[in-house]
Design a binder for this molecule. Sequence first.
Ligand SMILES: [Fe+2]
Length: 296
Amino acid sequence: MTSKESLGLQLGEINAANAAILRDRDQRAVVELDPDHPGFRDVAYRARRNAIADIALRYKPGTPLPTVDYTAEEHDTWRIICDHLLPTQQRLACRAYLEAAANLQLPTQQLPQLRDVSARLEQLSGFRLEPAAGLVDPRVFLCTLGEGIFLSTQYIRHPSAPLYTPEPDIVHELLGHAVTLAHPQLAEINRALGQAAQRTESNEMLEKLGRIYWYTIEFGVLMEGQQPKAYGAGLLSSAGELQRVETVELRPFDLYEMIERSYDVTQYQPFLYCAPSFEEMLIQLQDFLNRWPRIY
Ligand SMILES: [Fe+2]
């Protein structure tokens, strides 16, 4: 595990640039990995990433979600991660997440298909998944949330480092985001944030809204009794980062401070914003987003 473990587990959809998606002359996807990516020297992994990105690029909205024929090795990676992560979640995830996880019932022994998870999600909260080849433009990503759609990658991290990823993969998308989106109230917050993005014209304000997303939907913590518990997808999809909820500096839940506070996607978070309760987090965030961009 390295300090960069946190990177992919967070706002890669919005910020990181560890893997760009290009197209070759035949318009097939070519995923560009950084030299320090665990799969950089693995020709077979890179071909696999290209093939899975290509599936997403060829997807047409409104058609059935494409499936990926996952290999035994990819299922193994998923299983190893579930074995590490789920016990930590039981201890440090907020009640809403654990309830949603029980309802969504993601399989732990094999990698699920987006199509199946999306269908279940739609029954639970009305949210749907659609495939993304890789990093998505922040405005597109957030505005799509406003339509009740979460853009999700379908590939899994390199098998040599199952507890590390420098970019958001299907582990982060499903064990982090899809579970939280299965909770109707958390889904509503995601949708409200997306609708706020739709009302945001300036890039400067969009960046501020992105910080709200980061410090709440990705890295939010709240108190349950005397215990800080995670509701952020970035925390909930990384055993290493989730354990830090008990020791990291917790700052008061202050949305006006969040919008002015930049963050580093390449490191564990040096502090987290902690709401006094689940209900208080929902009320303050919903009110703030309803007024956006007229917040001052
Ligand atoms: Fe994320």
